[in-house]
Ligand binder design. Structure first.
Ligand code: ZN
Length: 228
């Protein structure tokens, strides 16, 4: 299998053309913003995200802000619900990570050694709108995952080693992506977020309760209160 290389095919467009606005010419030059990332136990993280009905410039601006927020964190995946918007979209970029690395999820900082300081970091962002995982491999793999909504906590999670995901891209085109290695894990981690599922739901109840208690205490100490 190829390393972190996505294989994708353009499918025939199934949507009505009216559902997509063409990007404005200056779209890439508009300033991007870093959005605040929500942490557990914020109940928004448990909400089921809603499908996107229209791909337009407002959505593209939001996607660009999400990407910038993800790079800034730094992370390799970010779901809209993690910035408080329960919408079925997420951004992924595994370009700087090799398949051989043992960590995944959206919360792993990129180590110094991963980067050549003289060069611009390699980027390969993927924007997934209304994604649907259509198949999983029988083969499974284990990665140590982290999450931007659960800072500084990592745990081994076993998931299918490969998956195929259908989605609409930033230009409103239907895409299909066969992912393996780290990318497959990140896609499954982010996809879980759209259904209110966190990676700690895949670990033992004992460990999960411990981490949730810890973050609930931190939230209380910082004066935040969450209902639900
Ligand atoms: Zn996450």
């Amino acid at each position: 299998m190829r390393k972190n290389r996505r294989q994708w095919t353009n499918l025939t467009q199934r949507r009505s053309p009216n559902s997509v606005d063409p990007p404005r010419p200056n779209n890439y030059f508009t300033a991007m913003s870093i959005l605040p990332i929500v942490h557990i136990p914020d109940p928004v993280l448990r909400r089921k995200s809603q499908p996107i009905e229209r791909v337009d410039d407002d959505l593209r601006k939001f996607l660009d802000d999400m990407l910038e927020t993800m790079y800034d964190a730094p992370g390799i995946g970010l779901a809209a619900v993690q910035v408080g918007e329960p919408l079925r979209i997420f951004t992924v970029d595994c370009a700087q990570r090799s398949e051989d690395e043992e960590e995944a999820g959206d919360g792993q900082p990129i180590r110094e050694s991963d980067q050549d300081s003289d060069r611009e970091p390699e980027r390969n962002p993927i924007f997934l709108i209304n994604p649907e995982i259509v198949s999983f491999s029988d083969e499974r793999s284990v990665y140590e995952e982290g999450c931007l909504s659960i800072p500084d906590y990592y745990a081994d999670v076993e998931r299918p080693a490969a998956c195929t995901v259908k989605y609409i891209d930033r230009d409103g085109e239907q895409q299909i992506l066969e992912a393996d290695g780290l990318l497959a894990t990140v896609i499954q981690h982010e996809y879980d977020h759209l259904n209110g599922v966190l990676f700690v739901d895949h670990i033992s109840k004992l460990k999960r309760d411990m981490v949730i208690r810890k973050f609930t205490k931190i939230a209380k100490q910082s004066g935040k209160s969450f209902i639900g």
